[in-house]
Write a protein that binds this ligand. Structure first.
Ligand code: ZN
Length: 251
């Protein structure tokens, strides 16, 4: 029976023990290689919002995905460099370019993989998912400006203040949103500004004069800040131009 068949036939209790045994395996591997703790503990230096995974999500995940996720955090995936360290292969080098095949190299740093479009493929998968969610959100019916200005009734005991998440959802500030995504064909920026820049997604509302440019990047965890700064700088001028033309613009 394959890993997947085992998983789909398992009862919740069995699933729980499968997950626990997977965690134990990873933990054992981690202990066994205590020498490399600086590498396996690399995740402690990530300056990122914590990812919370619920049990419900875990039940839905394929075992290989759970395994990949855990092992990628602790750097115990079978990268050429790890396989070499475990005495399973002679050369620790990347099969594509010959450089040392560490996990960081394989998943994010190989120039040959980059030119072959392997990272682009991953990027596009994430982008497509993001675009689908945004497309549903932008179609949701929102009150027009005049309706929104009407008196808002507040329930007894309620403060009437919007919650944090409501305050921060940009699409709620406008209505009649259009959307273009850089998937399949090249994105052309909306006509309000002439530019050759192509963000990954643009959502804009002509009637509300609002525009949201979305640029996706899937960087190595330790390089998130750097990647964010780079993208921010790339689009600063474009966003300023949009604002100068009377648009409310967000990146
Ligand atoms: Zn390589």
């Amino acid at each position: 029976m394959t890993h997947f068949q085992q998983w789909s036939k398992a009862t919740p209790k069995e699933k729980s023990s499968m997950v626990q045994s997977e965690i134990r395996t990873v933990q054992e591997q981690r202990r066994a290689k205590a020498v490399e703790l600086s590498r396996q503990g690399a995740w402690m230096k990530w300056n990122l919002p914590e990812r919370k995974i619920t049990w419900a999500e875990l039940w839905r995940m394929e075992p290989f995905r759970i395994s990949f996720m855990l092992r990628s955090v602790y750097d115990t995936l079978p990268s050429p460099s790890n396989l070499h360290q475990w005495g399973l292969i002679e050369e620790p080098s990347c099969k594509l370019c010959g450089e040392r095949g560490t996990m960081a190299h394989i998943l994010s740093g190989c120039k040959v993989a980059l030119t072959q479009g392997r990272y682009r493929w991953r990027n596009d998968k994430v982008l497509k998912h993001l675009a689908e969610i945004l497309d549903i959100e932008r179609r949701k019916k929102r009150p027009s400006k005049t309706e929104a200005k009407q008196i808002r009734f507040v329930r007894e005991g309620d403060t009437g203040h919007a919650t944090k998440s409501q305050q921060h959802f940009i699409l709620d500030k406008g209505s009649e949103w259009n959307m273009r995504a850089d998937i399949g064909k090249k994105l052309v920026f909306p006509e309000c500004v002439q530019t050759t820049l192509r963000p990954d997604i643009v959502v804009w509302s002509q009637s509300s004069k609002m525009i949201v440019a979305i640029e996706l990047t899937v960087p190595w965890e330790e390089r998130c800040k750097e990647a964010y700064q780079r993208k921010k700088e790339k689009y600063t001028e474009l966003m300023t131009t949009c604002r100068e033309r009377g648009w409310k613009a967000w990146l």
